[in-house]
Design a protein around this ligand. Structure first.
Ligand code: MN
Length: 128
């Protein structure tokens, strides 16, 4: 079985770009458009890694990540924040909340792939 990445992103263009490059290098990609969906999909599928946009509807990325870190079934999943917020405090806040890593938008698709590979390996061009 390949590695499964949950991509949480409300912007359709970004979702298509990131999911396309991740699939291209061999990851199985699940998608969610808001924080509620993110939690549903995470609980149902237990992905190997989550890419979490911070600004998403219903439950924002901060709250969704807090909920995942409280869930014994999900708490060890690496979560990479994707955010357009470039505030200096955000990096610190991201670490406190339990994000594993933090990518400030705009993020080059290849940088997203590199960060995912750093955490879970795979994605070498063949099915992971
Ligand atoms: Mn967003």
């Amino acid at each position: 079985m390949g590695h499964t990445v949950l991509l949480v992103e409300d912007n359709e263009d970004n979702r298509i770009i990131y999911s396309t490059v991740l699939r291209h290098v061999g990851y199985h990609v699940l998608e969610a458009e808001d924080g509620e969906q993110a939690l549903e999909v995470a609980r149902a599928s237990r992905p190997n890694l989550i890419l979490m946009d911070i600004s998403i509807p219903k439950i924002d990325g901060w709250e969704a990540t807090r909920a995942i870190r409280r869930d014994p079934q999900l708490r060890d999943i690496p979560i990479i924040a994707l955010t357009a917020h470039a505030l200096p405090d955000d990096r610190e806040r991201a670490a406190e909340i339990g994000f594993s890593a933090y990518l400030a938008k705009p993020v080059e698709p290849r940088a997203v792939v590199a960060e995912v590979q750093r955490w879970i390996g795979g994605g070498a061009g063949a099915p992971a």
